[in-house]
Design a protein around this ligand. Structure first.
Ligand code: FAD
Length: 281
């Protein structure tokens, strides 16, 4: 296996999508484990695509003080591009799940699993009071990067916020492929196993991460044949990234690591380097 060209073994083709702003309407609100699941539908989803496991969309939430929704608008029908309004916007990234067609309306439908977290910001606060009929605006995904379907093994390191992405990894890898999850989640992991099996469509091994994520990688034997996805609190990911790059010599084709949030930082930009002392090459 290790003889093969790494670029081919870990290939993840990218597809670009129309870049616009879409109004989305809440059709259902349910509680799933630690998440509030919000189901959205809209006629504006007709040409919307989401085909990659780490796909994310920027969702624009109302101003928590005034309730006003300031969000981008499309530049024009069928055109690519958005127009930003004056004033502060409250956009946060989320992972679309379960994209499907609503048999009643014929419109596309998808879910967002929004974590109920401490110190809730505009997104978590809005989700706590969301009701059918509420409207938000969504921009993205701009593109989708497919799962590494030829990888001999995939390991997903995920805290709660990245469990939706890990579930998409499970669902989008070939059914017979080897995939495991390291759940960076406090307490018993039974609910994580159930959540991933329900979303991903099959049972996969789920490991705990009692120490650092680098220690978890050592414990489960992440090696040259492993593709790694990791999402979670930005600071938690640094030792894992250092281990993969420094100790195992992983090139960037063999991992995808993204800070999904940062402790004590509202509206964290996940494009910021998580380890400024070692920027991405
Ligand atoms: C690519 C991508 C995909 C994502 N997908 C999902 C998803 O599917 N579901 C999901 O729930 N989240 C997801 N997230 C994470 C989500 O965008 C952040 O948690 C976001 O900060 C929540 O916005 P907020 O307005 O509630 O809080 P913010 O206003 O951003 O932050 C307010 C405070 O809450 C803290 N905080 C933020 N997140 C957490 C947390 N998880 N635990 C504890 N404290 C926190 C911040 O540090 C800050 O102090 C994703 C992020 C990215 C980058």
């Amino acid at each position: 296996m290790t003889e093969q060209d790494p670029a081919a073994r870990f290939a993840r083709p990218r597809t670009m999508h129309r870049f616009t702003a879409r109004r989305i309407v809440v059709t259902r609100v349910t509680e799933i484990e630690h998440f509030t699941r919000i189901t959205f539908s809209s006629p504006e989803l007709a040409d919307w695509e989401s085909t990659g496991p780490e796909d994310h969309a920027k969702i624009f939430f109302p101003d928590p003080d005034t309730g006003e929704l300031r969000a981008p608008a499309p530049v024009g029908a069928d055109a690519d591009g958005i127009v930003r309004p004056e004033g502060e916007m409250f956009g946060r990234d989320f992972t679309p799940l379960n994209v499907r067609e609503d048999p009643g309306s014929g419109h596309r439908v998808f879910d967002l699993d929004v974590l109920r977290h401490e110190d809730p910001g505009p997104a978590a606060r809005w989700a706590a009071g969301a009701e059918p009929g509420d409207e938000l605006v969504m921009v993205g995904p701009r593109g989708s990067i497919a799962a590494a379907s030829a990888a001999p093994r995939v390991v997903c390191f995920a805290d709660e916020t990245a469990l939706p992405a890990a579930a998409r990894w499970i669902a989008e890898m070939p059914r017979e492929s080897r995939i495991e999850v390291v759940a960076d989640v406090p307490g018993a992991l039974d609910w994580v196993r159930l959540y991933l099996a329900a979303q991903g469509g099959r049972d996969v091994p789920v490991h705990a991460a009692p120490g650092t994520l680098a220690e978890a990688a050592v414990a489960i034997g992440v090696d040259a044949d492993t593709y790694v996805f990791a999402g979670g609190e930005a600071g938690r990911l640094v030792p894992l990234r250092r281990y993969l790059r420094g100790e195992l010599g992983f090139g960037k084709e063999q991992y995808s690591i993204s800070g999904y949030w940062k402790r004590a930082e509202s509206g964290f930009d996940h494009h910021a380097p998580i380890d400024p002392s070692d920027p991405e090459d």
